[in-house]
Design a binder for this molecule. Structure first.
Ligand code: WQD
Length: 378
């Protein structure tokens, strides 16, 4: 029934990052290594590139064989491979990103999404438990709020049925992880609800590298700016928003990554008042060494909404030329406006997003213009 302690210094703490070669995962590896943590990445490379990890080493000054960053190419559904990872590494905590994440695709392929995202997480937690690893930070999403009852959205905003299977997998897994704690109070769970992660590391070495035509706004705009695509389609300009286009809470991916490091510190009892505030959070009884037990739920956003046209004009400032766009019909399932209240993360995690939209676009442009084909050999 025991759990590994997170009261240790980062240099003595090993973090398993599933999906660590991905967009948010690779940026989080940089921040963990910068803080002195040892990192073990598990990734099946189905939607990422191993080159990203080479770039992480380049950014953090690690040689190719430096044991502070280990990599295992495997899927979290592969129990035998996961067991070997835990046998070969003294894992203390898990940051769990691995999962399919395309909203539209999930509508077409619900079985693949429930199998990969939900069953995969069950295998991961089952193996982790065998090795007394019950500290887990989960990559959740603001999509669990569905059409929010109010904005800005606080963590106590009721969850609604997501408009797609992808969002449902996030909501289900929040419930699974909460029930793991309710059934065994040794579990130490943080659910991080992301808003709209964009941008790239300031080095331009890592960034978002979607496969095929991007579904999301920012990578699409970036590919228009670099000339890979011709024109941005603006999905609706008749919403009840300042300029009629959709409003979202865009957050710099480096800010988001730093939120995960803050969550680990919180789990280790090193920050925060100990009150897991707000509906859904469960304040457990801390372990003897002060490390937390229970379920913490936090929105990671900036608290500021930006419209589609705001993003396009910010990207024009970043790339130095105008971008072609045309108004198109609304996209099914889109809400008009959605942005976070982030007081809880500020008060409990001691975390606040630092970067504004212009910085997000400037960093994204540096990545896109120096890597026009992403991680593929240019
Ligand atoms: C943003 C705005 C569109 C593309 C999704 C997921 C969410 C999270 C982030 C994983 C909206 C408009 C978009 C385009 C446009 N992902 N748009 N033209 O839908 O807010 O959130 O990604 O966790 O779960 O739902 O992000 O970037 O697709 O859209 O006008 O070509 O841009 O209508 O207003 P979204 P998005």
């Amino acid at each position: 029934m025991a759990n590994k302690s997170l009261a240790k210094v980062p240099e003595s703490t090993c973090v398993l990052v599933t999906g660590g070669a991905g967009f948010i995962g690779s940026h989080t590896c940089v921040e963990l290594l910068n803080k002195g943590y040892r990192v073990v990445v598990v990734d099946d490379l189905s939607n990422s590139s191993k080159v990203a990890l080479d770039r992480v080493r380049q950014i953090t000054g690690l040689s190719a064989d430096d044991a502070r960053l280990a990599f295992y190419e495997c899927n979290i559904l592969d129990r035998e491979a996961l067991t070997r990872v835990f046998q070969e590494n003294e894992i203390d905590a898990i940051i769990h990103f691995a999962g399919f994440k395309a909203v539209g695709e999930s509508v077409q392929k619900p079985l693949e999404y429930y199998w990969n995202n939900v069953a995969g997480t069950l295998v991961l937690c089952s193996v982790a438990r065998e090795f007394d690893v019950k500290n887990i930070v989960f990559s959740s999403s603001a999509t669990v709020y569905g059409e929010p009852d109010f904005i800005p959205i606080t963590e106590s905003c009721p969850k609604h049925e997501a408009t797609n299977p992808y969002g449902e997998t996030k909501s289900m897994l929040e419930r699974v992880l909460t029930d793991l704690y309710k059934g065994d109070n040794e579990w130490n769970v943080v659910l991080l609800r992301y808003f709209n992660p964009i941008g790239a590391h300031e080095s331009g070495l890592i960034g978002e590298d979607p496969k095929g035509i991007p579904n999301n706004l920012l990578p699409y705009v970036a590919q228009v700016a670099v000339g890979k695509l011709a024109c941005v389609g603006v999905f609706g300009d008749d919403y009840p928003t300042p300029d009629g286009t959709g409003v979202r809470d865009y957050i710099h991916v480096v800010d988001l990554a730093r939120g995960h490091v803050a969550a680990l510190e919180w789990m280790g009892g090193k920050v925060g008042t100990g009150e897991a505030i707000g509906i859904g959070s469960i304040k457990g009884t801390p372990a003897e060494d002060g490390t937390r037990r229970g379920v913490g739920i936090f929105n990671l956003g900036t608290g500021k909404g930006s419209s589609v046209l705001d993003v396009i004009h910010a990207f024009e400032r970043a790339c130095g030329h105008e971008l072609a766009y045309e108004i198109k019909p609304r996209r099914a399932g889109d809400v008009a406006e959605n942005y976070a209240a982030c007081d809880k993360a500020r008060d409990e995690l001691g975390w606040v997003a630092e970067y504004d939209l212009d910085r997000m676009c400037a960093d994204s442009w540096r990545w896109q213009s120096t890597n026009p084909n992403g991680y593929a050999a240019s």
